[in-house]
Ligand binder design. Structure first.
Ligand code: ATP
Ligand code: MG
Length: 136
């Protein structure tokens, strides 16, 4: 069954949105397969976002992700990668529809609460990076 990697970013954790976010994925019908609270270092964050390393906002993005603990999760279900992205909403909260997580809780791109894998292949890579111990 398809799996995706979802991360609640430091602002989502600090603002107390963990329960709300998990609830949205649960109520949709997806299955939580793995979860941990973890603070990552700079090189780990750079690895996670390595495809964006040439972008001007990359250093700020890395500093954002390492600014506090994040909740790393694996969710499973039919089409969970693309449907998960719909639940999350557009990258820029200014464009995220109401009813999406970013549309309801975020205002700016640099504090957009949550990450979701953008393809099945990247989901596999990200799950391997964040859960090297494997998931049961
Ligand atoms: P994520 O990978 O975090 O789920 P995304 O897939 O919607 O987000 P990406 O293009 O992968 O968007 O960008 C990763 C993150 O980098 C965004 O979530 C946002 O925090 C930040 N970001 C992207 N574009 C910009 C930008 N133009 N200015 C500032 N920050 C940006
Ligand atoms: Mg992305």
């Amino acid at each position: 069954m398809e799996q995706t990697f979802i991360m609640i970013k430091p602002d989502g954790v600090q603002r107390g949105l963990v329960g709300e976010i998990i609830s949205r994925f649960e109520k949709k019908g997806f299955y939580l397969k793995a979860m941990k609270l973890i603070t990552v270092n700079k090189s780990f964050a750079e690895k996670h976002y390595e495809d964006l390393s040439s972008r001007p906002f990359f250093p700020a993005l890395v500093n954002y992700i390492i600014s506090g603990p994040v909740v790393a999760m694996v969710w499973e279900g039919k089409n969970v990668v693309s449907t998960g992205r719909k639940i999350i909403g557009a990258t820029n909260p200014a464009d995220s529809a109401p009813g999406t997580i970013r549309g309801d809780y975020a205002i700016v791109m640099g504090r957009n609460i949550i990450h979701g894998s953008d393809s099945v292949e990247n989901a596999r890579k990200e799950i391997a990076l964040w859960f090297p111990e494997g998931i049961s």
